[in-house]
Design a protein around this ligand. Structure first.
Ligand code: NAG
Ligand code: NAG
Ligand code: NAG
Length: 382
């Protein structure tokens, strides 16, 4: 085979084994890819806060909206729900609305038109969104929504982009393997992004950091084009994993800074890219219970010179660098699509009797008020 064909074949094989089902939709810089990795299957322990469940009855969710125009169906949405397998169904058929146990709306696809004509108070209306509150106005009006399903820890159903779970036994970590993955010739850090004009000024910050002496390979729209990894800004792509792995650090600054809004780029950095994320502000990660020494926070530093010097020092010191991987002995990363959160948690919750009635008078206020801060980088920039 000639090299281009070989490359195409390899890419094809990797892609097809990884991508069981992919949703490609870009809102801002997100491309969400729902995929399955064999390592995911090993995940068995449930998060503590996940509902204790017994499969009591079969439940049916009526999806009144699409997900960015795509039907919300079992495949891709309930695939990971082992604990409720056979006990939870989703229907997109309006004729199922009356008998459904809950009615689901995805915010970006919501319109009043989709509301059932007559409301059954026993059916919770659920609003789902994974977007940053800074870019996402919650559409439903007063007391329409009973439950929220978002990355916020205090949402009724927690649907994060990932999370870290403390292990009850100690994990063996192959530090040599991690160190050997890392290149000694590439710059210490890399970044890939497609939204170069984010409100929190992250592009300016990254460039300023380069000016202060930290070498960063920037890929995607805010950097250079990669010769083989097409669509490099799609965080879930296998070629992106291969691209990032040899770097010691990954610039993991969200496009907006909001409470509990930590996306797949952060979790993938820890999980499949085996790199150390450099984040903007520590408090957002601490609130999620992510161990302090698994990432570097820019706002721990007075100025960018100090930060650049520290990152360079860590990059050149094997012992020091590997300390940032020590958390792997006591935690593991749980990816977005997992039995303990999101749709699977919703399925479990619906099997329990609904004892109290609740609804959001101002669901958009809940989503956005006091949640975001886009001026954290300002102190480092003129
Ligand atoms: C889910 O079920 C599949 C097939 O039955 C199994 O291979 C996998 O290990 C299970 N995953 C979890 C998280 O239990
Ligand atoms: C949902 O909200 C409506 C409107 O406030 C209310 O009548 C109904 O009881 C609520 N249902 C549940 C299950 O909370
Ligand atoms: C945003 O963050 C900056 C820096 O951490 C802080 O000084 C400022 O008070 C914050 N603003 C809001 C509205 O919380």
């Amino acid at each position: 085979m000639r090299p281009p064909q070989r490359v195409a074949l390899v890419i094809g094989v990797i892609a097809s084994s990884y991508l069981i089902f992919s949703i490609l939709f870009s809102i801002d810089e997100h491309y969400r890819v729902i995929y399955e990795k064999d390592t995911l299957a090993k995940a068995t322990t449930k998060k503590q806060s996940a509902t204790k469940w017994v499969n009591r009855k079969k439940v049916l969710i009526f999806a009144a909206t699409t997900f960015f125009g795509m039907d919300i169906i079992k495949k891709g949405f309930l695939d990971e729900c082992n604990s409720t397998k056979g006990f939870c169904e989703i229907s997109t058929s309006r004729s199922d609305a009356d008998r459904a146990d809950a009615i689901l709306f995805h915010n970006a696809d919501y319109s009043q038109m989709q509301l059932p004509k007559k409301r059954n108070p026993k059916q919770p209306y659920i609003l789902w969104s994974l977007e940053s509150p800074a870019n996402d106005h919650f559409r439903p009006g007063k007391n329409v929504i009973n439950w929220t399903m978002t990355p916020r820890r205090d949402a009724d159903i927690w649907y994060p982009y990932g999370h870290l779970e403390k292990l009850d036994h100690k994990n063996e970590v192959d530090y040599e393997e991690i160190w050997n993955m890392k290149s000694s010739t590439l710059p210490p850090a890399t970044w890939l992004a497609s939204n170069c004009f984010a409100k929190n000024r992250r592009t300016e910050l990254v460039k300023e950091l380069e000016g202060k002496g930290l070498k960063i390979d920037r890929w995607g729209r805010c950097g250079k084009t990669h010769p083989t990894c097409f669509g490099v800004e799609k965080q879930g792509y296998p070629c992106v994993q291969e691209l990032v792995r040899p770097y010691k650090f990954y610039i993991s600054i969200e496009n907006t800074n909001c409470i509990d809004y930590v996306t797949e780029k952060f979790y993938e950095t820890l999980y499949s890219r085996m790199a150390v994320p450099i984040v903007l502000a520590r408090e957002y990660y601490q609130k999620l219970g992510i161990p302090d020494d698994s990432y570097i926070a820019i706002d721990d530093f007075e100025n960018l010179e100090d930060l650049a010097a520290e990152v360079n020092k860590i990059a050149n010191d094997k012992q020091l660098y590997l300390k940032y991987h020590k958390w792997r002995e006591t935690y593991r990363v749980i990816p977005e699509h997992h039995d303990s959160t999101g749709f699977c948690e919703l399925c479990r919750r619906l099997q329990l009797p609904i004892e109290t009635s609740k609804s959001y008078e101002d669901v958009n206020g809940w989503h956005t008020n006091g949640m975001c801060n886009q001026s954290i980088a300002d102190k480092y920039l003129r």
